[in-house]
Design a binder for this molecule. Structure first.
Ligand code: GTP
Ligand code: MG
Length: 230
């Protein structure tokens, strides 16, 4: 059996959205396969982890959950720091929670990495008879903002794993591409140095490909093999 800390990459994922939309239950469904009918509002910040396999790599998702209620929130910028993906959650039966998605999205873009992978999640899809936001309306928001969208149910465990694994997989692809580009750049500069004068070569031949990569401007690193993420 794989050891708990046996992983290739560690990615921080944040859950945001109004109070009561089901963020904490999406977290426990994904990390523990548990659901709580009487969960109380989150106070402060919690996180939980699960390791999944993506393209033969073990990706450890460290999923951070915070309070939807302003008065229980404390450390906005620390919450987003180092996050490579976010699930922006609303409740398909609560219009207000969808109307606030825009506010959450702006907060995310202000405090999070500009290239963070974002997915809009319409939770409580088991309550279709009480639906107040259509799939079309949510899809429009997602398309306008160039993010993905899925409806899920933490209660019925519908699309929960899919939501998390899709964003993790997108992050893996983006970071992999950046790493590839960094490697190519390092290799081509190495080749250039080799073909330049011998006097120059000694100063640059030891340059290595960077061992950390960034999604954007923030200090967002691919965390292998750093196990003290974020
Ligand atoms: N029917 C249904 N109820 C859900 C679902 N997910 C969560 N709930 C219920 O919705 C309520 C709120 O869920 P939480 O997970 O605590 O919501 P939250 O977004 O973490 O709320 P805050 O911590 O206050 O921000 C609880 O009573 C859950 O049982 C779901 O998929 N379907
Ligand atoms: Mg909560």
């Amino acid at each position: 059996m794989a050891k708990n800390d046996d992983y290739d990459y560690l990615y921080k994922v944040v859950l945001i959205g109004d109070s009561g939309v089901g963020k904490s239950n999406l977290l426990t469904r994904f990390t523990k396969n548990e659901f709580n009918f009487k969960s109380t509002s989150t106070i402060g910040v919690e996180f939980s982890t699960r390791t999944v396999s993506i393209q033969n790599k073990k990706i450890k998702a460290q999923v951070w959950d915070t309070a939807g209620q302003e008065r229980f929130r404390s450390i906005t910028s620390a919450f987003y720091r180092g996050a490579v993906a976010a699930l922006l959650v609303y409740d398909i039966t609560k219009r207000e929670s969808f109307e606030n998605v825009d506010k959450w999205y702006k907060e995310l873009r202000t405090h999070g990495d500009k290239k963070m992978v974002v997915m809009l999640v319409g939770n409580k899809s088991d309550l279709k008879h009480l639906r107040s936001i259509s799939v079309e309306e949510a899809t429009r928001f997602a398309e306008t903002n160039n993010i993905s969208f899925i409806e899920a149910s933490a209660l019925e465990a519908t699309n929960v794993d899919t939501a998390f694994t899709n964003v993790l997989s997108d992050v893996y692809s983006i970071l992999n591409n950046i790493q590839q580009q960094n490697d190519d750049t390092a290799n081509s500069s190495k080749t250039n140095q080799t073909t330049s004068s011998a006097s120059n070569s000694s100063s640059s031949a030891n340059k290595k490909a960077p061992d950390s990569i960034k999604l954007g401007n923030n200090n967002l690193k691919e965390t292998k093999p750093n196990k003290n993420c974020c």
